[in-house]
Every structure is written in structure tokens, then in C-alpha cells.
Design a protein around this ligand. Structure first.
Ligand SMILES: Nc1ncnc2c1ncn2[C@@H]1O[C@H](COP(=O)(O)OP(=O)(O)OP(=O)(O)O)[C@@H](O)[C@H]1O
Ligand SMILES: [Mg+2]
Length: 311
């Protein structure tokens, strides 16, 4: 009984200042982690819808092409049957006139001219559709591969390619996206999922800014997003540039604050840039900043130390 009370009084003892500070830091860290995970889940949900659409389009024409090729193969096999019979006839003497006429009829029914043109096209289109689906699946696999907090060598160019692929549905109706990636970009040490998520946020923001400024372009003209990578002055730099609405001067110091958004409810939660900032600056000891001109566009920059320097 007594021992039980002792234990109770021990746990009830007020925490020292240091312990309190430690506890609240741990709490803040756990809250940040939870927020980051929630945000990532929400982003994955959004992306999944876009990716499903991206995969659906090639799957539809691959399906149509397979139906066409199914009919084509049946037709060609029928013709091969006629050819076999003709060969048999030739072997056992000259084929009869009826036999020859039947073959001729089947040849014209087979619409060989049409098949010669269309069948290779159907195969080519289907192969490129399969490649497209494969690259989307590969990019998703790389993004969703579970990784701890441990830093691994990361190829930023590959992350850029993957992020462009999985966000295609967010930008393709608004903008042309060009990649200007430096050859032999040094690897950086970091968390590929977290860095990939930053790129996704920046690309989606760029597409949104271009959509917001659609009224200033001639009808039907797409905006431009350019993603560049370079290694200069001992840093590896990524730039995500858009020619969208730009960021008004009055809100430039607020855009990286958590929950700051100018987007309508349901579209933006105001967490993309706050998380990007904490990922780049706090988790990767890098720099994260932007240059913007209202009405002309914005460039976001990520600067990271090359991997070799971190080892
Ligand atoms: N490329 C850009 N061009 C113009 N404005 C931008 C750009 N990127 C961000 N902003 C501005 O910064 C705000 C905050 O961006 P952030 O990514 O943090 O949140 P969000 O995009 O509004 O919502 P979320 O990313 O959570 O979906 C945006 O609402 C927008 O006003
Ligand atoms: Mg955003």
C-alpha cells in the first residue's frame, strides 16, 4: 500500500525546468512529424487521383489497339490458312480456277493495305503507352519507398523527372513543363521522399499560379514551368520557375508561414511552402528562397551542399 503511494508521489513530482523543456521540444517534434505525415497523406490522395487519370488514358488506347490487333491477327491467320491450302493445291498439280478466285477474294477481304499501315501504328502507340504507364509506376514506387530518417545519396535530376511525371495531371492543362538539367550533377545526401515532396509542392504551386493568371494570356495559350538544376560555387541548386501570377510584395514575407494561403478553401491549406522550408533548411541544412515579379512569374530556389562535403 505504502509502496504504491511512494510510486504515485514519484510520478506526481513536478518536472524540472530542463525536463519540461525537453518534454515540450519532444512534443513539438512529434506534432511536426504528425503534421508532415498528414500533409503527405493528403498530397498522396490528391496525386493518386491525378495518377489514376494519367494511367487511364494510355490504358484506354492500349485496350482499343489490342481489340484491333485481335481482329487483325484472326484475319491474317485466315489468310495464312488459304495460303496453306493453295500450296497444297500447287503441290498436287495446278490449282483450280475456283481455288485461285477464292484466294483472291479472301485477299481483298483482308484489306491488307489498311492493315499494313495501321497495325504497326497500333503496336507503336501501345508500346509507348506501356512505357508511359511504366514510368509513372516507377516514379510512384520511388516516391513511396519507405525510408527512415537516414540520409542517402540522392540524384536530384531523377527526383525532378519523377516529380514531373507524377504531377503531370496538375500542370498539363495549364503549362508546358521543360527540364533543363545539368549533366553530372553531384549527388546530395538527404531523404529522397521528403525532397521529392518539396518538388511536388513547388510544381503544383507553379501550375496554380499559371492557372490564376490564365486571363492575362491569349485564350488557349499555355503557361511555362521550367525546372533547372545546376552545380555552382559549391552548391547544388534546383530552380522551379513559372510565368504565372507572381507573388505580390505585400505577402512575400508570409508565404512560408504555416497555413498561409491565398487559395480557396479546399484547394490550398497553406502548408506546402512551410514544409518545403523546414525540409530544406532544417532537415537538409540547405537554403530555400524565391524571386518573384508580380504579373511575370516566380522562381523558387533550393540550394543544398553536395553529398561529398557532408560525408
Ligand atoms: N509559384 C507561385 N506563384 C505565385 N504564388 C505562389 C507560388 N507559390 C506559392 N504562392 C503563394 O504562397 C501561398 C502559400 O503556398 P503554399 O504552397 O504554402 O500553400 P498553398 O499552395 O496555398 O496550399 P497547399 O500547398 O497546402 O495546398 C499560396 O497560397 C500562394 O498565394
Ligand atoms: Mg502549395
Amino acid at each position: 500500500m505504502n509502496g504504491g503511494n511512494d510510486a504515485l508521489s514519484m510520478t506526481m513530482e513536478p518536472l524540472g525546468e530542463l525536463e519540461q523543456a525537453e518534454a515540450s521540444t519532444a512534443q513539438a517534434r512529434a506534432a511536426e512529424l504528425e503534421l508532415r505525415q498528414m500533409r503527405q497523406l493528403a498530397a498522396i490522395g490528391e496525386l493518386a487521383a491525378g495518377v489514376a487519370h494519367e494511367i487511364n488514358t494510355p490504358m484506354q488506347y492500349i485496350g482499343d489497339n489490342l481489340c484491333f490487333l485481335d481482329v487483325t491477327v484472326k484475319r491474317l491467320l485466315d489468310l495464312a490458312g488459304s495460303f496453306e491450302r493453295l500450296v497444297q493445291c500447287c503441290k498436287s498439280g495446278a490449282p483450280s480456277l475456283e481455288e485461285l478466285e477464292r484466294c483472291e477474294q479472301e485477299l481483298s477481304k483482308g484489306r491488307l493495305g489498311f492493315l499494313r499501315k495501321q497495325a504497326p501504328l497500333a503496336i507503336e502507340q501501345s508500346t509507348s503507352g506501356v512505357d508511359q504507364v511504366r514510368s509513372i509506376v516507377q516514379a510512384l514506387k520511388e516516391f513511396s519507398h519507405p525510408s527512415g530518417d537516414e540520409a542517402v545519396p540522392v540524384d536530384l535530376n531523377q527526383l525532378v523527372r519523377n516529380a514531373s511525371t507524377v504531377t503531370r495531371n496538375a500542370w498539363r492543362y495549364q503549362a508546358e513543363l521543360s527540364l533543363e538539367l545539368a549533366e553530372e550533377l553531384p549527388l546530395v545526401l538527404g531523404n529522397p521522399q521528403a525532397l521529392g515532396q518539396v518538388l511536388i509542392n513547388l510544381i503544383v504551386n507553379a501550375a496554380d499560379a499559371i492557372e490564376a493568371s490564365a486571363g492575362t494570356r491569349p485564350e488557349g495559350e499555355l503557361g511555362k514551368i521550367a525546372i533547372r538544376s545546376r552545380a555552382e560555387h559549391g552548391v547544388v541548386e534546383l530552380e522551379v520557375a513559372d510565368n504565372g501570377s507572381g507573388i505580390p510584395e505585400s505577402i512575400r514575407d508570409k508565404v512560408m508561414q504555416p497555413f498561409f494561403t491565398t487559395k480557396r478553401i479546399g484547394k490550398g491549406t497553406g502548408q506546402g511552402l512551410a514544409l518545403a522550408h523546414s525540409t530544406i533548411v532544417e532537415r537538409h541544412a540547405g537554403k530555400f528562397f524565391f524571386e518573384s515579379e508580380e504579373g511575370r512569374g516566380t522562381s523558387f530556389f533550393i540550394q543544398l551542399p553536395p553529398g561529398a562535403e557532408l560525408e
